[in-house]
Design a protein around this ligand. Structure first.
Ligand code: S3P
Length: 177
């Protein structure tokens, strides 16, 4: 079984869907942000405040590197910035089947408006600034996100759609004609 990797902007729903999917597939669920927090003994906010964003990006890079020695199948929810380098995106695509959870800036802004406090990049932004920021940042990041194997629109971001894709990629041998 191939691993499943969910990518997309903050607030796209990677962790929520990832947990459900891992449960349905009976495999491990890995939340990149939570794993980094546990390793560091600090919240993402504290890591940014104490060491800065570049340091956090280095931790993300190491985290991906360490996934190569993880031998059980998994569903991974990445952080929003994790796929945004050529090297990281290449590695994520080697490690599993990648799905980009696509949502519009307007929708992301709406979903994030009450979920800013744990996200240092946007925590101090007001509603209007937030939507402009998302619009700009998403513009920069989409070149990476769109390298995913599959791009799911909001009406496809569910367990069934992903399992249907996986079944086509890796049919159950007993069901092959
Ligand atoms: C970030 C997204 C966050 C977290 C960090 C930086 C980003 O993860 O990794 O705050 O750069 O987009 P979520 O996408 O889970 O919010």
């Amino acid at each position: 079984m191939r691993n499943v990797i969910l990518i997309g902007f903050m607030g796209a729903g990677k962790s929520t869907l990832g947990k459900k999917l891992a449960n349905a597939m009976d495999v491990a669920f890995i939340d990149a942000d939570l794993s980094i927090e546990a390793q560091q003994g600090m919240s993402i906010g504290e890591i940014f405040a104490k060491h800065g964003e570049q340091y956090f990006r280095e931790l993300e890079r190491e985290f991906i590197h360490n996934l190569y020695s993880y031998h059980n199948p998994f569903v991974l929810a990445t952080g929003g910035g994790m796929p945004c380098s050529q090297a990281n995106m290449l590695s994520l695509r080697e490690l599993g089947v990648t799905f980009y959870l696509h949502r519009s800036p307007k929708e992301l802004a709406h979903r994030l408006k009450n979920a800013k406090s744990e996200r240092p990049l946007i925590e101090s932004m007001q509603a209007e600034e937030l939507e402009d920021y998302i619009y700009g940042k998403l513009g920069e990041r989409e070149e990476f996100y769109r390298k995913a194997d599959f791009i799911l629109d909001r009406n496809q971001q569910d367990v069934k759609s992903i399992r249907d894709v996986l079944a086509i990629l890796h049919p159950n041998p007993s069901q092959r004609s």
